[in-house]
Design a protein around this ligand. Structure first.
Ligand code: NOJ
Length: 733
């Protein structure tokens, strides 16, 4: 509707109806089963006067028929016919579950990432959703934190590109409202939720302003520039204030500085949690602080519903509520809900979900985001080899990762076995489980029956080990699938010990005894500490949580049908004691160098190297490449760089070129290596070509501790990184 009509509608709302619009409830309260709920279920104590059909939004109902019914009831019972908003935790796919974001970002193929986001939006739209709670853009440098899986990783540049691609893919061109087959993005969690102390979930975050502005805020800002329509607050305290209640963060930074005029949603119960944080005396004060901070939606508590009616008797609060409700109505209007409350819900279009096109895209993304970390020549597998595929992921479909359980179905997943048998004959491959993915099914609550059914009975550990060794002895090469099971990472899955469990180490050692080469295929939602087992592998392919088409994409990579090109988005530490360890470290005054290894008074550990096991940006291919700088030109606003790249192999190959920046000296200490550009390049056999890379001069700027932006003239080092080799170039600006 046009803005005047919307205003008219707004003017007709009673104070109670306005308050009701700020309420967002989890679907578990209104429909039975199949609803994901990630927070403590409390007695909501919603006020009796609250008319359910006037509330603003429902989340995590993903069933077409249930959504349709909810909207029909709402349209029948809402006095002003204001449709409900349907939101959901669709993080990396609706039914077509793609690899987790930590994997996807490593493809550096941002067009492909955007296409996957478009597909996710389309499937969500066709199922009646309006808003999806992603992309999650919390910079993640601590693998102890379980949620790194849903982030694009540790690097600022990578996260910014990922943010733009996903928001654009979800929303399409939203200048005149959200088009058909698209949904509104809700980026999260504002802000800096990815840096909890000790890696412990929901814990305190404390960081300098320079780090906040130069690094942690950057990905959210990129998404806001890409026009994200919603932002979600974070659970954590940031520099002494809970993010959700911080006026500085949500008004000064988010709204004024970043110019965000969309809807701000609290995370699950985060307004109410201002009380246990010790920031509000009681729920009433929590509601007051939430509203003052500019939080429009109260997710899953009764705090706004109960306390705003009284608070808004003060005109200043009434005005704040008006702002919030106006933003919510504007969002509904941009989604076209007043014209069509059944947007995407007209008829069940199941045929358009999980299409061949979507699956092909998912296979491609698996191929482009699995990282080859090590290869002594045992990969790709050879046509005439006998292969023992050991480990639970040979046959398991539980390869989707934590968040896929909201709308995805493990039954859709293609196990590795199926993928391998498309490329290899049954006589060539033998499968053995090796170890139980789960040691018990107790404690899984409502998930128990489903997991047990999918995963099969738990078998005696010794028997599994013996079967695995027997299979290995009869083979030429072992492909071992191992790592985390899907509940070990994700929300609420912080860990202090990132080593493999003993049962996996025992299996790897027993397989090593056979003398056969071991190809490791690592399924995980986070970097693990593999220092003790890495030498036992001949090759190592990191597949993260690959999504429903993992089995096909991974088989293509193992057999050489596809050629790996992805890069590591998060550093793999040698030991937990090194954490946080990441690529863009600042130089110290006493750097460790090869010529001073025994000097006590330099920056190092007594019991561990400073280096990671696998560094950010690492990733091998079956081909090798060369690259060198050709030229550079500094203009008014840009630096144009030219380099020459060559595929040295006689097969088609993709590669990722990275460009790192270093400025020294500078008025603030800058990272030794800061990624500022990347190019995903496809090259034919022995093809060589020159490549243009454009940097904006804005990419050279930085923030100080007062949050002021600086740009200095002088010399900048630009490092071209390709295939593990680096070449430096000095540019004078
Ligand atoms: C809590 C999580 O932190 C957030 O990411 C999610 O979107 C909400 N719960 C809703 O489920």
């Amino acid at each position: 509707m046009d803005i005047r009509e919307l205003r008219k509608l707004f003017m007709q709302l009673s104070p109670e109806e306005k308050v009701a619009q700020t309420v967002q409830l989890n679907g578990s309260l209104v429909v039975e089963n199949d609803v994901m709920n990630t927070g403590p279920m409390q007695d909501l104590g919603l006020p009796e006067e609250l008319n359910f059909y006037e509330i603003g939004a429902i989340y995590n109902v993903n069933d077409f028929a249930k959504l349709k019914r909810l909207q029909e009831e709402t349209m029948k019972n809402s006095k002003h016919k204001i449709p409900l908003l349907f939101m959901s935790d669709v993080i990396y796919g609706f039914r077509t579950i793609f690899p987790i974001p930590l994997a996807q970002a490593g493809s550096y193929d941002f067009d492909l990432i955007q296409q996957a986001a478009e597909m996710t939006a389309k499937e969500s739209y066709l199922n009646g959703l309006h808003v999806i709670f992603s992309p999650m853009l919390d910079l993640s440098r601590d693998p102890r934190w379980g949620r790194v899986m849903e982030s694009p990783g540790e690097d600022v540049y990578t996260a910014k590109q990922f943010a733009k691609s996903v928001v654009t893919g979800y929303q399409g061109d939203s200048s005149n409202g959200v088009p058909e087959n698209h949904v509104a993005a809700c980026i999260k969690h504002f802000a800096a939720y990815g840096a909890p102390e000790g890696g412990r979930e929901y814990n305190t975050v404390d960081m300098s302003n320079q780090r906040l502005f130069n690094e942690y805020l950057q990905p959210y800002q990129a998404a806001i520039e890409a026009q994200t329509m919603l932002v979600m607050t974070a659970f954590n305290v940031l520099n002494g204030e809970p993010s959700t209640g911080s006026k500085w963060l949500n008004r000064e930074i988010l709204r004024e500085r970043f110019d965000f005029d969309g809807v701000l949603v609290s995370d699950h119960a985060a307004i109410k949690e201002l009380v246990p944080h010790g920031y509000a005396a009681d729920d009433r004060e929590a509601a007051k602080k939430g509203l003052e901070a500019g939080v429009d939606f109260d997710m899953m508590t009764s705090v706004y519903a109960t306390h705003l009616p009284e608070l808004i008797k003060e005109p200043a609060f009434a005005e704040l509520l008006d702002e919030a409700v106006w933003r919510i109505l504007e969002l509904k209007n941009k989604l076209g809900l007043f014209e069509d409350p059944y947007r995407g819900l007209q008829s069940e279009q199941t045929g358009e979900i999980l299409t061949e096109e979507a699956k092909t895209l998912a296979v491609k993304l698996v191929e482009k985001s699995s990282v080859l970390l090590k290869n002594n020549g045992s990969l790709p597998l050879q046509k005439d080899q006998k292969i023992a595929v050991v480990g639970p992921y040979g046959e398991s479909r539980l390869t989707l990762g934590f968040w896929a359980s909201v709308s995805g179905k493990p039954q859709d997943a293609v196990p590795l076995k199926e993928g391998l048998l498309k490329n290899l004959s049954t006589e060539q491959v033998q499968f053995a489980r090796g170890y139980n993915l789960f040691d018990s099914y107790d404690g899984f609550g409502p998930l128990k029956a489903g997991i047990e059914m999918l995963n099969g009975p738990i078998e005696p550990a010794d028997q599994l080990l013996t079967e695995a060794v027997t299979a290995a002895e009869a083979a030429d090469v072992i492909v071992l699938t191992f790592g985390e099971q899907f509940l070990e990472s994700g929300e609420g899955a912080s860990r202090t010990n990132l080593h493999l469990p003993e049962k996996q180490v025992r299996l790897i050692k027993a397989l090593k005894e056979t003398g056969k080469p071991i190809v490791g295929v690592l399924y995980t939602g986070r970097p693990l500490v593999l220092t003790n087992v890495e030498p036992l592998f001949d090759s190592l392919l990191l597949v993260w949580y690959p999504g429903i088409m993992g089995g096909i994409g991974i088989a293509n990579l193992l057999t050489g049908k596809a050629n790996p090109s992805a890069r590591l988005t998060m550093t793999f530490p040698r030991s937990e004691g090194q954490i946080p360890i990441y690529g863009a470290q600042l130089p110290t005054g006493r750097p460790f160098k090869a010529d001073n290894p025994t000097d006590r008074f330099i920056s190092k550990y007594r019991d561990e190297s400073n280096d990671p096991l696998f560094a950010f940006g690492e990733g091998l291919s079956y081909s090798s490449f060369q690259g060198k700088w050709l030229d550079s030109e500094v203009n008014e606003q840009t630096i144009n760089l030219q380099c020459h790249i060559k595929n040295d192999s006689d097969r088609t190959a993709d590669t990722v070129v990275h460009v790192y920046l270093n400025q020294r000296p500078a008025t603030i200490v800058r990272p030794i290596k800061q990624l500022v550009a990347s190019e995903f390049v496809s090259l034919g056999p022995l093809e060589e070509r020159s490549l243009n890379i454009e940097l904006s001069l804005a990419d050279l700027a930085f923030y100080d501790n007062q949050g002021q932006k600086h740009f200095t003239k002088g010399n900048y080092q630009l490092v071209l990184a390709i295939d593990g080799k680096e070449e430096s170039l000095t540019v004078t600006v």
